[in-house]
Design a protein around this ligand. Structure first.
Ligand code: CTP
Ligand code: MG
Length: 434
């Protein structure tokens, strides 16, 4: 019997051919294996009907920042990507301009979208051609097309797609099917099902030699513009270019339904909660407290550094959460100064947590003193939140009794983990007690 090459065999074989491990290792050594111009088109002109929300999903906020800004950032941080064309509906033009300014996106050009995804993508491609409107961008050798609503992608996978597209003309991410695909009769009954192992789900990103995909779109029929969903198919039908299919990570999923926004938020929170840096101060009490906290937080799976003061904090830029320890209750001016120093070392695109923990060694403060402290912190936190910082305070009840002390420390670790993981705006500026 004739042996048919299965889809997965073909994928693996081609992947071996084009993945080019040497290039990946060059990248990790800081040398760039991409020596040709690369641009990106991000279609973002849809209305997100399936979410049921009035705001299109690409503009829905996750931790205060629009989803599309995360996606743009994923491309912008890749130094071998020259430009990013974001395709948005006419009525979203001003909103998109504000996002670009607010989050300091530097490689982005906005283009007006069309009535279908294919039309929007074609409009994006036209930005590099003489036939487009407005000033022409430099034509890339390879163009990556990616949905604006798939925010999680890493440079190594983009590199695979780009190198494969450069070599084969077209490439695309695929994933194993989660469910079996069935065809229904017009009456709604099962007609037949497909053998799940032989098929793949087509995901994004996809890469193309620019001239190929541009030509494919120029030959696109009205029906294809209206009902088509697959760019790789256009390259095959109109240019005879058979795309390389590369299995991508599961993180490439697309935000489609309302609950996907909650999942995206959970993924982002998780990635922001993996590490913390404790600023210990110089005195014995806070250094002992730091050792306790470090052990407790590491037991919770967090990676923790401890440094005596923020001036030595070159490690701060990789740690997005800071825990400041002090003996006495902090003065507003102290907190303000500390926040300023933190901001200088941070990528403010991502919200980060500052947790100020203080030992209440000197005993009880008066009720009015406590009230003043709490309201000063609340004002500071309100202001900080506008700058993407969540500020919380924890006051420890100091005790010489070792059982009581252990209870306090455990409570402190629980509170710290919860605040860092949840990044709750509601608790920002609150004074908590452990
Ligand atoms: N898209 C586009 N222009 C259109 C339709 C869709 O640029 N006319 C974009 C979407 O903004 C999205 C991507 O194509 O970034 C993938 O499309 P999809 O997930 O279908 O998004 P929507 O069409 O917005 O959602 P829905 O189908 O639920 O309405
Ligand atoms: Mg759609």
């Amino acid at each position: 019997m004739e042996k048919h090459e299965t889809c997965s065999e073909r994928t693996v074989e081609r992947q071996r051919d084009v993945t080019n491990e040497d290039c990946l290792s060059e990248l990790t050594k800081g040398r760039c294996p991409v020596n040709f111009p690369v641009a990106v088109v991000l279609p973002a002109a849809g209305s997100g009907e399936r979410t049921g929300l009035s705001t299109p999903k690409q503009f829905c906020k996750i931790l205060g920042r629009p989803l599309i800004s995360y996606t743009i950032h994923a491309f912008e941080r890749v130094f071998w990507i020259d430009s990013i064309v974001v395709v948005v509906a006419k009525e979203s033009h001003d909103l998109m301009t504000d996002i670009i300014q607010k989050y300091n996106h530097t490689k982005v050009k906005i283009v007006e979208g069309g009535s279908t995804r294919h039309r929007s993508i074609f409009n994006g491609l036209l930005a590099f051609s003489e036939q487009g409107f407005g000033p022409k961008l430099q034509k890339p050798k390879v163009v990556i097309i990616h949905d604006a609503v798939r925010p999680f992608l890493e440079e190594d996978f983009l590199l695979k797609i780009t190198l494969a597209a450069n070599k084969q003309g077209a490439s695309g991410a695929v994933r194993p099917l989660v469910s079996t695909v069935v065809a229904a009769t017009t009456g709604g009954y099962l007609d037949h099902s497909l053998e799940r192992a032989r098929y793949r789900a087509s995901e994004m990103p996809q890469g193309f030699i620019y001239d190929i995909i541009y030509q494919a779109y120029q030959h696109c029929s009205e029906a294809e513009f209206k009902f088509g969903t697959e760019c790789l198919e256009l390259a095959l039908q109109h240019c005879g270019t058979s795309a390389v299919l590369i299995e991508g990570p599961s993180s490439l999923w697309k935000v489609t339904h309302k609950q996907d926004l909650a999942s995206a938020e959970a993924v982002i929170k998780e990635s922001l909660s993996q590490s913390a840096c404790i600023i210990t101060g110089e005195c014995t009490e806070t250094q002992n407290l730091s050792t306790w906290m470090k052990n407790g937080l590491m037991a919770e799976g967090m990676w923790v550094d401890a440094i005596p003061n923020i001036e030595q904090g070159m490690t701060l830029s990789t740690n997005r959460n800071l825990i400041k320890l002090s003996v006495n209750s902090p003065k507003s001016v102290e907190i303000e100064e500390f926040m300023k120093m933190c901001e200088e070392t941070k990528d403010v695109l991502y919200p980060f947590v500052i947790l100020w923990v203080y030992l209440n060694v000197s005993g009880q403060a008066s009720f009015s003193q406590e009230n003043d402290e709490a309201s000063a912190i609340m004002t500071l936190a309100e202001d900080a939140q506008k700058r993407n910082i969540f500020l919380y305070c924890v006051r420890l009840s100091y005790s010489k009794d070792s059982t009581e002390c252990e209870r306090t420390m455990n409570k402190l670790c629980q509170i710290t983990v919860a605040l860092i993981r949840d990044r709750s705006a509601a608790f920002s500026g609150q004074m908590l007690y452990a």
